[in-house]
Write a protein that binds this ligand. Structure first.
Ligand SMILES: [Cu+2]
Length: 339
């Protein structure tokens, strides 16, 4: 497969050079394309149109199994999904029509004997329409996008949200829960020392009950507000199943919040998830590896260095009761650091 790919690339580059040198030759001589050449080019263009449509449909069909499950795992993610579906739908329709017009008219008006090209200087009416229409459509899309983003980022109406800090560094994530008081203690790189790897200021009264973890557990149905810090470079906290992503910037705290709506167990039973993991496991078995199960993940979506691809943390969504039980079993910062 790889060899075929390289042969194709070589062929395409070779053709491009050949065409380029042919063009150089054309400028020297007064050459006119023959009837047959025009005809061939017309049909080739029509063929290219068919190829583009075919490729598009093929990729849409073949690629669907590698996509995320369509079910959003958070309440806010549903808004993001709507925005995505509407935007993609619009793009698909517009590109479908435009592609057709481009290829069809190039074919229809290919050079034939006696046909003369018309010189069309300008039309104010036409120009007005093709300026106003995209402006209005894009403005609506942008305003709708901003409105959605504002809704998703609105953390003010959250009742008793769970506060979690996520700390990014090359190349792993750490996290701490705000503990009993639901207030995070202050943090700064200057406080990083020994096992205090997140740089929590232990003299702050809110710090002692904070709970450091290496795996995120989230309660279903309760809003979670995340605060992000980065130790070294820009990272990007990405939780694709919850449709959430934000940059983690050294020296500042960024945040987002969402309400998980689907537990890990429930997502494992989802049809899309099953299809995707069947496909993954088929490949793994072929390679003699053991099968894997679905898990939510926190990933880094910024190419932040050599092991960026491996920067991930498991996320478990549980019923609130199970979550509370799990949280009670975790040690607080005071227990971990002062012991
Ligand atoms: Cu990163």
């Amino acid at each position: 497969m790889k060899a075929l790919f390289f042969i194709l690339i070589f062929f395409v580059i070779g053709t491009a050079f050949w065409q380029f040198f042919k063009l150089l030759g054309l400028t020297k001589k007064d050459q006119v394309a023959t009837e047959k050449e025009n005809d061939i080019n017309g049909w080739l263009m029509l063929g290219l149109g068919g190829f583009v449509y075919g490729l598009m449909l093929y990729s849409m069909f073949q690629g669907r199994v590698v996509l995320l499950p369509r079910l959003s795992a958070s309440l806010e993610g549903e808004d993001i999904d709507n925005l995505f579906v509407i935007t993609m739908g619009l793009i698909l329709v517009v590109q479908f029509i435009t592609q057709f017009l481009i290829y069809y008219f190039t074919f229809k008006y290919r050079g034939t004997k006696g046909r003369k090209a018309m010189f069309y200087a300008d039309s104010h009416k036409l120009e007005m329409w093709w300026t106003i229409t995209p402006t209005v459509v894009l403005s609506v899309l942008i305003i709708y996008g901003l409105w959605t983003w504002n809704n998703v980022q609105d953390l003010s109406d959250a009742e008793n949200p769970l506060i979690i800090e996520v700390y990014a560094k090359q190349f792993q994530w750490e996290a701490r829960y705000a503990g009993e008081d639901n207030q995070l203690g202050l943090g700064h790189v200057n406080f990083i020392k020994g096992i205090n790897t997140m740089g929590v200021d232990m003299s702050d009264k809110n710090s002692a009950d904070d709970i450091p973890v290496r795996e995120l557990h989230l309660p279903k149905g309760r809003k979670v507000i995340f605060k992000f810090r980065s130790q070294d470079v820009m990272h990007s906290a990405y939780m694709p199943h919850f449709r959430a992503q934000i940059n983690c910037v050294p020296g500042m705290v960024t945040s987002f919040g969402f309400t998980p709506t689907v537990t890990t167990e429930e997502m494992r039973l989802n049809e899309d998830t099953k299809a995707k993991f069947d496909a993954i496991n088929e490949l793994r078995v072929e390679e003699g590896k053991e099968e894997v199960e679905f898990d939510y993940l926190l990933l880094c979506n910024k190419i932040c260095g050599a092991s960026h691809y491996n920067m991930q943390m498991k996320v478990v969504v549980q019923e609130e009761e199970d979550f509370n039980k799990w949280l009670k079993e975790q040690k607080t910062l005071a227990q971990v650091i002062n012991n």
